[in-house]
Design a protein around this ligand. Structure first.
Ligand code: ADP
Ligand code: MG
Length: 452
């Protein structure tokens, strides 16, 4: 069996990295692959002790080595001989059927992304509910489904859940997941007629198209044209399209308007950063799925990690892995102090990032000083020109200097919504062209803010 060979290759690799004695105790008798399911390769360890040791100390490295050998993401799960026997008895032998794995391979989906592993909270509930509805009735409830939000908040995960769920329920459905940069690359490569027809055929008979990070189509006009055609055909045939993006369709830049307006035809949902409680739940779920011993990491540690990483789930998960790796590698107890040590080097730079907040405060105070008003008046809801104009200028400068999303800029001005911020910025952009005083103010302030 091919997977046994892969396991042997990985063993050979790790052999080079370990003391002979350690290798002999943990790996020599760990030989058999029990089954492969959902991209997980189950390997049988001779007993519970060996299983736990490999799990705690070497699994992460084994998985790294594994993923240098296979194309699609896979991972190992170590089980004891006893567990293998139990599972065979209860008939839980569930080798992924060849037909199914064939479909999955063509779809580009990663099977680990399932609705079950997605933790729902206030910041993603609407997106989650919409995704489940679309997965239940593709092409019917919301087409396209447009999911947007900042990086690392679960857009790709949720999008892939839809695809996996649809294949799970109906093997005849042809699902295709593609990253936008890959789409562009494939299109550019398809310069000959034959290649182009291959490229096009790929999309022709798709039932569900999942296209990830559509913002990368910006400025790629030919690819936009091509995507537009594909989009039209699929939508006319009631094929489901799911799109993700880092911003609302209306804020996509350098994108033809007939595309962005199509994106708004269906349903747009956003995913925001999870709150503290939600982050702790995500960590708990990760612990359960990734370790043999989730209770090792206590609430104090989870709280510390969740408080330190508040705007990106990928970083949050990375921090948890780092703590686990640090404590096992140096054989330290799982305490909050050790967790702090493990994360020291990444929490500190994050603090430096807070300087960005200081930079924004710098813009706010520079603008307020310049117009002889206070920051709080400037951020307030007051509508007199005395405050409105400086407010608009400050928004304009923040956008120009740091290119933050409108919604984020709104948070510095009493949570104004994205359209208010957008209009303010547009207004100043126009006035700069027409009014020399405005132009002068912007120039003076750009210098005062230290951005020149
Ligand atoms: P995005 O596409 O928005 O940049 P991803 O979907 O790649 O983000 O998510 C980043 C990581 O965080 C992935 O490992 C994903 O599984 C995990 N993740 C994000 N949101 C959740 C959630 N609500 N529950 C569980 N895992 C999540
Ligand atoms: Mg993504």
């Amino acid at each position: 069996m091919q997977y046994t060979e892969i396991w042997n290759d990985v063993k050979q690799q790790i052999h080079k990295e370990l003391d002979q004695e350690i290798y002999d105790s943990f790996f020599v008798d760990t030989n058999d692959v029990f089954k492969v399911s959902k991209n997980t390769i189950y390997v049988i360890a001779p007993n519970e002790f060996v299983k736990k040791r490999i799990d705690m100390l070497y699994l992460e490295r084994l998985n790294e080595l594994l993923n240098t050998l296979v194309e699609e993401y896979h991972r190992f799960k170590i089980i004891s001989e006893q567990e293998a026997i139990e599972e065979s008895k209860t008939g839980g032998y569930d080798l992924t059927s060849p037909e199914k794995s064939h479909h999955l391979k063509d779809s580009n989906l990663n099977q680990n992304y399932s609705f079950k592993s997605f933790v729902v909270g206030p910041s993603n509930r609407l997106a989650y509910t919409s995704a489940t509805k679309v997965a239940d009735q593709p092409g019917v409830v919301a087409n396209p489904l447009y999911i947007f939000g900042d990086v690392g908040l679960g857009k790709t995960h949720l999008m892939q859940c839809i695809g996996n769920y649809i294949i799970e329920n109906d093997l005849n459905q042809k699902v295709l997941y593609i990253k936008t940069d890959q789409f562009v690359e494939d299109y550019v490569k398809s310069s000959t007629k034959k290649q182009f027809s291959d490229f096009n055929n790929k999309f022709k008979d798709v039932d569900v198209l999942l296209i990830d990070d559509i913002q990368f189509l910006a400025k790629k006009e030919k690819s936009q044209e091509e995507f537009f055609k594909i989009f039209e055909v699929l939508q006319q045939n009631q094929k489901q399209i799911v799109i993700t993006s880092d911003r609302p369709a209306s804020e996509l830049k350098n994108m033809m308007s007939r595309l962005t307006s199509r994106f708004e035809w269906g349903l747009s949902v956003d995913i925001n950063a999870p709150d503290l409680d939600h982050r702790i739940q995500i960590l708990r779920k990760k612990l359960i799925s990734e370790t043999a011993n989730p209770e090792l990491i206590n609430e104090d540690i989870l709280l510390y990690i969740a408080s330190s990483f508040d705007n990106n789930v990928r970083e949050l998960e990375g921090a948890l892995k780092r703590v686990m790796f640090y404590c096992t590698a140096f054989d330290l107890p799982y305490t909050k102090d050790n967790a702090e040590l493990a994360l020291e080097s990444i929490v500190k730079p994050k603090k430096d990032k807070l300087l960005n907040t200081n930079k924004i405060e710098n813009v706010l105070s520079t603008v307020a000083d310049y117009f002889h008003i206070t920051i709080s008046d400037m951020a307030s809801k007051a509508r007199t020109r005395k405050y409105v104009y400086p407010r608009q200028i400050a928004m304009y400068l923040i956008k120009t200097f740091y290119d933050l999303p409108y919604k984020k800029i709104g948070t510095y001005f009493k949570n104004r919504d994205h359209s208010t911020v957008m209009h303010s910025i547009e207004k100043i952009t126009n006035e700069i062209q027409m009014d020399v005083d405005v132009k002068k103010d912007v120039e003076n302030l750009t210098i005062k803010c230290g951005e020149i």
